[in-house]
Design a binder for this molecule. Structure first.
Ligand code: NAD
Ligand code: UDP
Ligand code: UDP
Length: 317
């Protein structure tokens, strides 16, 4: 049935991994979607199937510059997320998080839009408490190689809460933990895409450090569902809210699982651990499960199988 009043929703970083899945879900739901991206790590391939849909609009734009559009809701996802990409031009990474947040908040203030920030588990740094709950303030190096991302995202959270207190903006802050799935690029540099690409080509699997550091991996569909639910919560729900899958794995276990799923002949090789690499990460998602009536449905094994299929297509194309 046609909708008479569609919500106008902007997704910054909409041509990226998470953003493209989010744009797709919003269109399926019947919203009008404006995808804003500078294509630093996103690609038109991620959204090619949406182009031509009359309710989808694509705008090449860098969020560090002002943007004047009329929308009802903003999902602010613009920011490179993989360490190799956010460390390529660290000054631009901080600008994207901080100036990007200021511009999106200024825009939200002018048009009275609701605005959601894609924050990150990196705000906890190398955490001293485990699992991490939203009340924990984190242990973050302000001057290290990861700081452009971590401190940029922390400052963005500050801006969101100050616009909320000072200008009464309707805000939602999601602290997203490691998320993976189809449409990660083969050269993305994050661990899931690296290991799958290496396994499928029977190349050595590179584990940084001894592989005993942990992460908790969430499949993209579960994460997008949580973002949609968070945006739709009543105005008094602001977050910050952890979103992720609480099942924790060592990177070594991840590699073993990928080898089994792909039937790979790859050997595991060890490389130096990058500086400030967090030793453990696991979300406490009690707030999300209680508030959003949500919990992740897709196991790492199921999600990896779907992701492996995506990367097989790359290699056979
Ligand atoms: P991604 O790199 O695939 O997507 C980021 C998108 O933002 C890309 O399309 C890129 O071109 C765009 N972008 C970057 N700088 C921009 C700028 N200045 N102006 C406009 N567009 C710009 O990464 P992703 O995994 O899809 O991450 C999306 C968001 O979610 C990011 O903000 C990231 O910090 C956050 N996040 C992701 C994860 C995860 O595990 N995937 C975890 C925590 C937080
Ligand atoms: N801004 C924007 N689009 C808008 C409104 C504002 O990009 O529709 C930018 C504007 O360039 C400004 C920033 O958002 O730098 C913050 O706006 P705000 O109104 O909060 O601050 P001010 O303009 O008073 O500095
Ligand atoms: N990692 C690894 N091999 C790789 C890429 C990453 O062992 O080829 C490790 C990395 O050092 C980190 C973990 O895997 O401990 C997750 O890395 P990723 O870059 O995916 O995310 P983040 O460190 O930001 O959580």
């Amino acid at each position: 049935m046609p909708k008479f009043i569609r919500k106008r929703i902007m997704v910054t970083g909409g041509a990226g991994f998470l953003g493209s899945h989010l744009c797709e879900r919003l269109l399926e739901r019947g919203d009008d979607v404006l995808c804003v991206d500078n294509f630093f790590t996103g690609t038109k391939d991620n959204i090619a199937h949406l182009i031509g849909n009359p309710h989808f609009e694509l705008q090449r734009h860098d969020v560090t510059f002002p943007l004047y559009v009329e929308v009802d809701e903003i999902f602010n996802l613009a920011c490179p997320a993989s360490p190799i990409h956010y460390q390529f031009d660290p000054v631009q990474t901080t600008k994207t998080s901080v100036l990007g947040a200021i511009n999106m908040l200024g825009l939200a203030k002018r048009v009275k839009a609701k605005v959601l920030q894609a924050s990150t588990s990196e705000v906890y740094g190398d955490p001293e408490i485990h699992p991490q709950h939203e009340g924990y303030w984190g242990k973050v190096n302000p001057i290290g190689l990861r700081s452009c991302y971590d401190e940029g995202k922390r400052c963005a959270e500050t801006l969101f809460f100050d616009y909320h207190r000072q200008h009464h903006l309707r805000i939602k802050v999601a602290r997203i933990f490691n998320t993976y799935g189809p449409r990660m690029l083969p050269n993305d540099g994050r661990v899931v895409s690296n290991i799958i690409m290496q396994a499928l080509q029977n190349e050595p699997i590179t584990l940084f450090g001894n592989g005993m550091q942990t992460r908790s991996f969430c499949f993209v569909d579960d994460l997008v569902e949580a973002l949609l639910r968070l945006m739709d919560t009543p105005d008094d729900i602001t977050g910050p809210m952890n979103l992720g899958n609480p099942k924790e794995f060592t990177i070594y276990q991840l590699a073993e699982l990928v080898i089994r799923i792909t039937g790979s002949r790859s050997a595991i090789v060890f490389k130096p651990l990058p500086s400030d690499d967090p030793r453990q990460r696991q979300p406490d998602i009690a707030m999300a499960t209680g508030t959003l009536n949500w919990s992740p449905k897709i196991s790492l094994e199921e999600g990896l199988e779907l992701t492996v299929r995506h990367f097989e297509q790359y290699l056979s194309a």
